[in-house]
Design a protein around this ligand. Sequence first.
Ligand SMILES: Cc1ncc(COP(=O)(O)O)c(C=O)c1O
Length: 432
Amino acid sequence: MLKEVQHNEEKMTLQERDKKHLWHPLKQHQTHPNSIGIVKAKGCILIDEYGNEYIDAISSWYTCIFGHCNDFITSRVYDQMQRLDQIMFSDFTHEPAVKLSEELIKILPKNQNRIFFNDNGSTAVEAGIKMALQYYFNKAEKRTTFIAFEESFHGDTFGAMSVSGLSVYNGPFEDFLIDIHRIPVPNGENNNVILEQLKEINSTQKVAGFIYEPLVQGAAGMKMHKAEDLDVVLQFCKENNILTIADEVMTGFGKTGNLFASDEIATKPDIICLSKALTAGLVPMSITSCTEEIYSAFLSNDIAKGFFHCHTYAANPIACRAALASIELLQSKEIQESIQFITEANKTFAEHMQQHPKVTSVRTKGIILAIDLQTNAQRYGTLRDKLLKTFMDKGVFLRPLGNTIYIQPPYIISKQQLEKVYKTIEEALEIV
Ligand SMILES: Cc1ncc(COP(=O)(O)O)c(C=O)c1O
């Protein structure tokens, strides 16, 4: 009997077997039952179970910044696997975690001095929110409210959902979320209106923190804002002791042209959330960094004033080694030049696409390029599905956010591959 089951499974495709037991994230299985079976990935190329090849033009959700199965990263990780695989981090420490903290502190904004480990973007944000709340609790000052931008996205755990603005993710849970005030993203023209709104919120509420995606709001459709406008909000927060939390889960590690988006903004955050490209897409890990001042508020003879937040795999040595290798590679001349090359190529393509009759707006920031389409179609309607299929048929993996097409290519993408991505986008506009 067992043999027969195995035999049948061998005859079925991955796609068919997948449907028997699996439940995928961000998917309505009734209308979208199929998932593409990927069997191999190397560099920028994904290969499916039928041998079709696709350029991964969004670095698998912004993680694989040096492409897939990068030899430099995998060899460092393999080496670590022979030495120390996993050790709990509450009573122990180890070289990869210590070294990673040293290397990160060297490159993070100067006011950051403490590194706290989690295991994904949402939990990095969750820890950041809890740090801000407990910072004030430990100082016997109860602050219970947060401020966040409209259309922000910070993850799927309860705290992260609370500060996120996208209702397709949060709808069923709205009654259970923490208290939050939403403000529009500043665009130069509305800065004073926002300042008035902030004053109003601050005069009536006890605000613990302001959380934001610096410069680029990813899930909102790669919406971009200027550093100087964001700085107006951050300055207000600083002046009013509202802790600032930069969610750099998407923007961190070179995406916006600098190592971190916060590098471009005058007022530095008190807390920073990092994940995704942190380990170059090899294994899950995240970090919440903070200033020494925040950390000091948790020091006490009272055990309850410590930060009692922990994930079993926190500071996993293999993940730390992947992150160390990634940071080393990121700072190499070759990768910095590639980032520059993609940035310039994006700008040229953006100028070209700006003229397209089916395009309403084009934005670029570093290696990120976003194109809004002129359409009457619903934001998450059939157009998105049609585009996705068209891209895949042409051998490029792009995942439109509603009616916004965007790219975030691996930094190692070749000129030819990037040109193919651009050409595919232009050709796909025929179906809009
Ligand atoms: C800015 C931002 N914060 C947080 C998250 C959540 O990260 P994760 O999916 O690893 O929980 C994401 C995910 O896309 C993100 O873009």
